[in-house]
Write a protein that binds this ligand. Structure first.
Ligand code: AMP
Length: 367
């Protein structure tokens, strides 16, 4: 793993007054570039040729310069890494960046400073570690079934990696679990390898909320925790074909039983539940400081299911910007209570980098 000191040495050669914000053209790139531009940064889009036109179609969110690749993994080529360093580039990682380049490659081979804590990749990329983190943080997580023979109720079956819910299904016995796996292998939705590592969780009933947080080391306007403050910048809900299954009533076609994320919609939560959202985030941030010092930095999201009787269950954590924040380029129903100006998560990241430069603390928020 590239250690923090090495990135610190690279940063010491940077001209901090002339930083470039680098974004992979996917996921939340429009929002990130838009926000960086609003904060006055030069921007670099790492882009595939076939996407360049689309990213140039939104001038206020279009990168000033492009680095065109034929495959995103080419970003690891030394000449490209050198160019980025020469241009004082800080990369803003997002889910697709991690997925396309690979967490291992980022940790071992990518020598360009990134916003946030690189060490968090290991913790959020591994379901077992995530679970340990969440449990330590004192939040409720779905019960886990070690073996299919233990299934004693409705379960939710998941597969590794950020596949966006593809192939996930519901079962209620060992037999229906095995049948579900076979069908998905036949349909080419999952591989045998995926099937062997299937994750069997308790099916959690309730309403899903995806709160978008930002943990700042440099600004204490949010919920105070040791060493920083947590801002709740917004919230969304993911939409999946299963959400529209009622449209197929009374004989719902099986294609509706699909949990692949296809978009996001905005929502607000009953106000008193904000108490729980802040409590859970505080636990997660404080625990992260113990597990992978200095802990999580910048944007993160808890993927939760709320039920009036059971309270919140957190089934996943994203330690980076989530695509649901794309709903709020001008701010969300919550951000006006924190900032006087329109504040997206993308802009918030750029603001933190700007504050880091101003306060001489850039090294603390990049790795
Ligand atoms: P994920 O890829 O983990 O975000 O999951 C994709 C979707 O699967 C979520 O948006 C939920 O609709 C659903 N889901 C995940 N875990 C559970 C669970 N334990 N119980 C019920 N639904 C779940």
């Amino acid at each position: 793993m590239i250690d923090k000191k090495e990135i610190g040495d690279i940063l010491s050669d940077y001209d901090e007054d002339n930083l470039t914000i680098g974004v992979l053209c996917s996921h939340s790139a429009l929002q990130l570039v838009h926000g960086a531009k609003r904060e006055g940064f030069r921007t670099l889009g790492i882009c595939l040729k076939e996407r360049e036109r689309a990213y140039k179609s939104f001038p206020l969110a279009s990168p000033d310069e492009f680095l065109i690749l034929s495959d995103f993994s080419e970003i690891l080529k030394l000449e490209h890494q050198r160019r980025m360093r020469e241009e004082n580039t800080v990369i803003l990682p997002h889910g697709s960046f991690v997925e396309y380049v690979g967490p291992r490659n980022l940790v071992d081979r990518f020598r360009v400073p990134m916003f946030g804590n690189r060490a968090s990749l290991e913790w959020e990329g591994d379901r077992g570690k995530q679970r340990e983190w969440l449990k330590k943080a004192g939040v409720r997580v779905p019960k886990l079934y070690e073996r299919p023979s233990k299934i004693d109720g409705k379960v939710f079956v998941k597969f590794a990696g950020a596949k966006g819910g593809r192939g996930f299904f519901v079962a209620d016995s060992k037999a229906s679990f095995e049948e579900g796996l076979e069908k998905r292998i036949e349909d080419g939705k999952i591989s045998r390898q995926d099937a062997e590592k299937a994750n069997i969780q308790e099916f959690v009933p309730g309403v899903r909320y995806y709160p978008h947080y930002f943990y700042s080391l440099l600004d204490d306007r949010g919920a105070k925790v040791r060493g920083g403050a947590i801002e709740l910048l917004g919230m969304d809900r993911r939409i999946e074909p299963i959400d529209e299954s009622y449209r197929g009533l009374p004989n719902v076609p099986s294609e509706f039983f699909d949990y692949t994320v296809t978009g996001n919609e905005p929502l607000v939560i009953r106000e008193k539940l904000l108490v729980d959202l802040i409590r859970m985030a505080t636990g997660v941030v404080e625990t992260s400081k113990e597990l992978f010092p200095p802990g999580i930095i910048g944007p993160f999201c808890l993927e939760t299911i709320y039920h009036p009787e059971r309270g919140f269950t957190v089934f996943e954590i994203s330690g980076r910007i989530v695509a649901g924040t794309n709903l709020y380029p001008e701010g969300s129903p919550y951000s006006p209570y924190l900032f006087e100006e329109p504040m997206s998560t993308g802009r918030r990241i750029a603001r933190e980098i700007k504050d880091g430069v101003k306060k001489g603390r850039l090294g603390e928020i990049l790795y």
